[in-house]
Design a protein around this ligand. Structure first.
Ligand code: AMP
Ligand code: GLY
Length: 422
């Protein structure tokens, strides 16, 4: 089989490595992929948002199955465009990807179907939003409606910060059209859990839970990033919590999307907060999380391609989705300065013995050398019988990977270990 993965980061590298385990897979193209993936797939210099070029490539190369991983092409309708040419795809149609593409849609869906989430109000008028802030409790959470590269959420501690956030989104149009409408919502407290779930639109099968570490610096300090590391499973996602999530959140969401005439197939990401009143939805993503995927897929025992095809064919109920009972830890190595300005173009060396466990996010090949080419450069993932061992193994790997100006958090897994070991 000839496969194609749309996207180019560490998440896509993890998907590629797992797909490759299926003996029927002959070739995998990654659009655009990156220079650090060449041992596992063939990168093709086509941007993940260039739908016309993606579709032409897929048709010319007689692709048997395509996986669309990032949010933007999904929201733009990449799956619709590929399917129109007869190419089966993993991922939701645009009318379902809106669950991530519009926070207003997601919040209204949850309200209509009684799915637990933070209380909220929606604004399309800047003055009305500012007036609302006069009496809103603090801290308060301001969210741009549309995609904003993960930067469209502001947690304001003071009224001034909240006003500034509203003005930045609605008046200065910092996020362009994405900030034309905004959500102002209640601040929730509790541990966060990420749950990725396979779904064919009717059946939903959650994957092993995980915990992201979003802030740049140790101790959850510094700026928000795309994610500096992950562990799986998440100790706060107990069996009791999991069963509540299934009944109160996962199944109701899948049914709600069906009833709205927007059946969701692919991977639905539930960003959850375990509050004292029970689990609540912080956000939905219409795709695999990054870097959650880098700890979840290494623990998947079932064949990924088979499971993905079952979400496309509507046969997920008859398909096993089994996970190992081990733990995993992924430590992200970034370029110093990330998520703000950083330098790139430094030689990157990864020992051969650990290449199987390294997911490259930002690298380029030049004159036979591998050079850094992004803020997040790679993730090193270890699996082991216990989380403690997985964390130690991941950091031991990181010690053997070199590039100038490398920076990473030293405390990935610490909070989870405290929750498990006390
Ligand atoms: P997002 O960009 O949607 O992933 O949100 C970024 C982060 O903001 C989340 O991971 C949460 O930590 C935090 N967050 C979002 N909404 C809320 C909320 N209502 N209460 C508390 N924290 C929130
Ligand atoms: N790790 C969070 C996300 O993928 O959005």
């Amino acid at each position: 089989m000839k496969l194609m993965v749309v996207g180019g980061g560490g998440r896509e590298h993890a998907i590629v490595k797992k797909l490759k385990e299926n003996p029927d897979v002959q070739v995998i193209y990654a659009l655009p992929g990156n220079g650090g993936m060449t041992d596992d797939c063939t990168p093709v210099p086509i941007a993940a948002t260039d739908l016309d070029a993606i579709v032409s490539f897929a048709v010319e190369h007689a692709i048997d199955y395509a996986v669309v991983a990032p949010d933007d092409p999904l929201v733009l309708g990449c799956v619709d465009a590929l399917e129109a040419k007869g190419i089966p795809c993993f991922g939701p149609h645009a009318n379902a990807a809106i669950i991530e593409g519009s926070k207003v849609f997601a919040k209204d869906l949850m309200k209509k179907y009684g799915i637990p989430t933070a209380k909220y109000a929606v604004f399309s008028d800047c003055d009305e939003a500012l007036a609302y802030l006069e009496t809103a409790p603090l801290p308060t959470v301001i969210k741009a409606d549309g995609l904003a590269l993960g930067k469209g959420v502001i947690i304001a501690q003071t009224k001034q910060d909240a006003q500034d956030a509203v003005l930045a989104m609605m008046q200065q149009k910092k996020f362009g059209k994405s900030g034309e409408n905004i959500v102002i919502e209640e601040f929730l407290e509790g541990p966060e859990v990420s749950v990725l779930a396979f779904t064919d639109g009717v059946c939903v099968k959650p994957m092993i839970s995980s915990m992201d570490h979003k802030r740049a610096l140790d101790g959850d300090l510094g700026l928000n990033t795309g994610g500096m590391g992950t562990v799986a499973p998440n100790p706060y996602y107990t069996e009791a919590v999991a069963s509540r999530c299934m009944q109160e959140i996962f199944l109701p969401t899948i049914r709600a999307m069906q009833q709205e005439g927007r059946p969701f197939k692919g991977c639905l990401y539930f960003g959850l907060m375990i509050t004292k009143d029970g689990p609540k939805v912080i956000e939905y993503n219409c795709r695999f999380g990054d870097p959650e995927t880098q700890v979840v897929l290494p623990l998947l025992q079932s064949d990924l391609l088979t499971v993905m095809q079952a979400t496309t064919d509507g046969t997920l109920a008859q398909t096993d989705v089994l996970f190992s009972d081990q733990s995993a830890c992924c430590v992200i190595m970034a370029s110093k300065g990330y998520p703000l300005a950083y330098e790139k173009g430094f030689e990157l060396t990864i020992p051969d013995e650990i290449k199987e466990n390294v997911y490259v996010a930002g690298a380029v090949q030049k004159d036979g050398r591998l050079l850094t080419n992004g803020g997040r450069v790679l993730g090193a993932t270890a699996t082991a019988a216990t989380l403690r061992e997985a964390v130690d193994k991941a950091y031991a790997m990181v010690e053997t990977i070199h590039f100038y100006n490398a920076f990473y958090r030293r405390d990935i897994g610490k909070r989870a270990l405290m929750a498990t070991e006390g």
